[in-house]
Structures are given as C-alpha cells and as structure tokens.
Design a protein around this ligand. Structure first.
Ligand code: TRP
Length: 436
C-alpha cells in the first residue's frame, strides 16, 4: 500500500469560523487518520504578509488557527504540522522556482489579475496596489507544495489554478534539471458543501456573516438567533429549501437527524425552536473541542513548542532536499570539482546499500546510514536482478518508493521514516555530485 502525501496550507489572516471547520478542518483531520495518508499541514504565514500589514493580527491568527486544528483532533505526532516561516528552505526554493517561472504565467494568475481588472475598471494604473508579493504568490505556494513532494493538495475551487501553476513549475524545473519534483494534484472535496453564513450567503469573514468556530456557548446561541429566516409563524409549515438554518444543521447532523428536522419544518416548528435544535447540535460537537481550545489558547508556549517540533520534523526532509536542489541548479561546493580528480580526497561517509546472498540461496539487501546503522532490511528475492531493481527504485524515488515496496522492505527497530528519507536524499545528492 503506498501512502498518498497530502499537504495543505492555511493562511493566518483571521479567526477560524464554522465554515472553515466544516469545509477544511474537519475533513482534513479525518483524512489525517487514514493509514494510507501522510499529511502535511502548515500555517502559511509568509502568505499572510501579502494581504495583512498588522503584525499582531498575524501572530494572533497563527495562534488561533494552530489551537483550532489541534483542538479539532489533529495529532502532531501523526502528521507534520508546522509554520511556513520556520522552514527557510521554502523561501530558498521560491527563488529557484522563480527562475523557471514565465512572467506571463503569473500575469494570468487570478489573484493578481483580479486586482488588475479592478484597476482597469477604476481607470487607474493597472499595477496600482499590486505588490510584487501578490504577483509572486503562486510561486511561493508552489514552493510550499513541491518542497515536500505532495501528491494531493486539498483546496477550495479558488485555489485550483495555483495547483496547476505548481505542476507547471515542477515540470519546467524537472525538464531543466532532472526529475526532482512530484507533480501535485488538487483534491477538491466535492461532498463538502460550502456552509451558508448568518445571512444565507457563503460563510465568509469578508461578508461579516460568520460564526467563530470557538464562540462561547452564549455567543453561539446569540449568533444562531441572528440567522436569517422567513416570516412564517409557529405552526405554519416551513421549507428546508433555501433555509440557511437547515443547511448549517445538515453539516453537523446525521441523515436521520436531518430527516427529523425536515419533518419538524413540515410540521410547523417555530423558528425559535428550530434555532434551539441547531444550537444543541453544534454545541454537542464543538463543546468538547472548545475546552481543549481554551486550554491551548491559555498556553501559547505549548503551541509554539508543537510548531517548532513540527518544523524540525519537516526540515529533516527539506534540508537535504534543498541541498540536492542547490546542487542540481549549480550552486555547488567548489571542492566537488577537486573530488572528481584522480588525486583522491577523503570522501565523506555515505549511506550504503548492501546486496548479499543468504544460505537459503535467496538475495537480500540492507540500507545502512553513514554511521553504519541498519535502516532497512529487505525480504528474500529470487534473483539479484530483482533485488537490484528495488534498490534502484528506492534510490530514484526515495521515500515514496518505500511505501510502494510495502512489507517487502522493513524499517529496522527504532528507525523513523524520516531517517530513511534523509539517507535516501543524501544518496541522491551524492549521486548527483558524482555525475557532475
Ligand atoms: N493560498 C492558500 C489559501 O489562501 C493557502 C496556501 C498557501 C496553500 N500555501 C499553500 C494551500 C499550499 C495549499 C498548498 O487558501
């Protein structure tokens, strides 16, 4: 079974609301528990700089969003949960990608184009209010995705173009410098409907119609009381079609519960009672998480520690990968030329694959790190050729190939997937430097 790598970023620009919970946080936390999924979630704080110039707001939002994801059940031991700005390799990769990005591609990117169109309509300079950051936004996002070779990127429809741009950048880079990047795909959750807000339009901070995910019970009740309904009196049958209240209920309720409310509508439930039903249902799901959220918000140091640990985990992948990319483009240690000369300089120790035959007549291999610790042990192969083929797969595709080899190749006790990934990355980097 090969693990699919999911990666998604959340821009810390505000306070999470129930629409974010239903549309992104809840499905992502669920997906992160799947055995066949390896997830990367991060706070895209460099992206926040593009639209927010209030430092305190970025800091506050980063804290709130991190606390919300953790309270919703994201397990930082299971996933890689980090803050973009803790990974310097991302900005470094942004530049490498910038140099393979056609300016014309960025001219056509929606976020930039929307501002240009607005300027044209207003009869002002086309680039009024356009920072180079806004223009470069898709490249930074491409670096986020390609740095970790994500396969699937769960995003809203508005972000699909950015994933396409990331694919294009990956192809251009691979074309020039060899196969380094996986081509990512957008994963759009068709099943998740967008949640309506208090006024019936899509719940969004910019419409000022949202319900904060962790409003207190009292606030939640008050906000729900403000959901727009029609003027039907108690006792009059009501319609679920077009009822924001009903749609919000559906996003939390089981099918049976939704059917019961639908019936109650037909039977003439009062709007006040329907709102009470909605309040109780949301409260049932959110209240236990709220307690965790409140505790986390009171302990920012704990969240900081979790994010830093996540960054350390992420950098085990990004640091060796960035080294390999630097080498690929020609940002190289000048000594590597001397190393290629016959007068032999001492080579740094490298991880190694060892192929061997056992008394049973079968063929096996091991991967050991530079210090000689065994990282991987293969099962039995009938021929040396088969064993060699698996080794080559591991060498070329690294950690994702390991998942493909499944039970055939086992990690030794105490060895983490990151240990393996970094040894493989080291081997790849040195293979590249030998070619040079
Ligand atoms: N731009 C995305 C948004 O505003 C956030 C984001 C940044 C992102 N980097 C990403 C999403 C990488 C997915 C993958 O929603």
């Amino acid at each position: 079974m090969s693990a699919i790598r999911f990666l998604t970023g959340i821009t810390p620009s505000g306070t999470p609301h129930l629409g974010n919970y239903v549309g992104s946080i809840r499905p992502s936390v669920q997906a992160s528990r799947r055995a066949d999924v390896e997830s990367f979630y991060f706070l895209a704080d460099y992206h926040a700089l593009i639209k927010i110039d209030d430092p305190a707001r970025i800091q506050r939002s980063t804290l709130e969003i991190a606390a919300s994801w953790l309270a919703a059940g994201l397990d930082p031991d299971r996933v890689t949960f980090y803050r973009q700005s803790d990974i310097p390799e991302i900005t470094e990769l942004t530049w490498l990608l910038t140099c393979v990005t056609g300016k014309g591609v960025l001219n056509r990117a929606h976020a930039y184009k929307a501002q240009v169109d607005k300027n044209l309509a207003a009869g002002v300079d086309t680039d009024a209010d356009v920072s180079a950051g806004l223009f470069m936004y898709p490249v930074l996002m491409g670096a986020d995705i390609l740095m970790f070779n994500a396969h699937q990127v769960p995003v809203g429809r508005d972000q699909v173009q950015h994933i396409e741009i990331a694919r294009d950048l990956a192809s251009s880079f691979n074309h020039r410098y060899g196969e380094h990047f996986t081509l990512p795909e957008a994963a759009i959750e068709e099943a998740v409907a967008t949640l309506p807000g208090l006024d019936g339009r899509k719940m969004s901070k910019s419409y000022d119609n949202s319900i904060p995910m962790f409003a207190s019970s009292k606030e939640l009740k008050k906000l729900i009381a403000g959901i727009v309904t029609d003027s039907r009196a108690p006792g009059e049958p009501k319609q679920v079609e077009g009822s924001a209240l009903y749609q919000i209920y559906q996003a939390f309720a089981s099918e049976a519960e939704s059917a019961a409310l639908r019936q109650a509508y037909a039977d003439g439930i009062s709007w006040a009672d329907a709102k009470e039903v909605l309040f109780e249902r949301i409260e049932r799901e959110i209240a236990p998480m709220r307690a965790t959220y409140v505790a986390l918000m009171a302990d920012p140091g704990k969240i900081e520690g979790i994010l830093l640990a996540g960054a350390a985990k992420a950098r085990k992948l990004s640091a060796p990968f960035a080294a390999r990319l630097r080498h690929a483009v020609g940002l190289r240690n000048l000594r590597s030329q001397a190393e290629a000369r016959p007068e032999k300089t001492v080579k740094a120790a490298q991880p190694t694959f060892k192929q061997y035959r056992e008394a049973d007549g079968k063929f096996y291999f091991k991967l050991a790190d530079a210090q000689g610790r065994v990282l991987l042990q293969s099962g039995a192969f009938d021929s040396p050729k088969d064993a060699g083929q698996s080794i080559r797969m591991l060498q070329s595709e690294s950690a994702s190939a390991l998942a493909g080899l499944g039970a055939w190749v086992q990690r030794a006790d105490g060895v983490t997937p990151d240990d393996v990934a970094s040894a493989l990355a080291q081997l790849q980097a040195s293979a590249l430097s030998n070619q040079a």
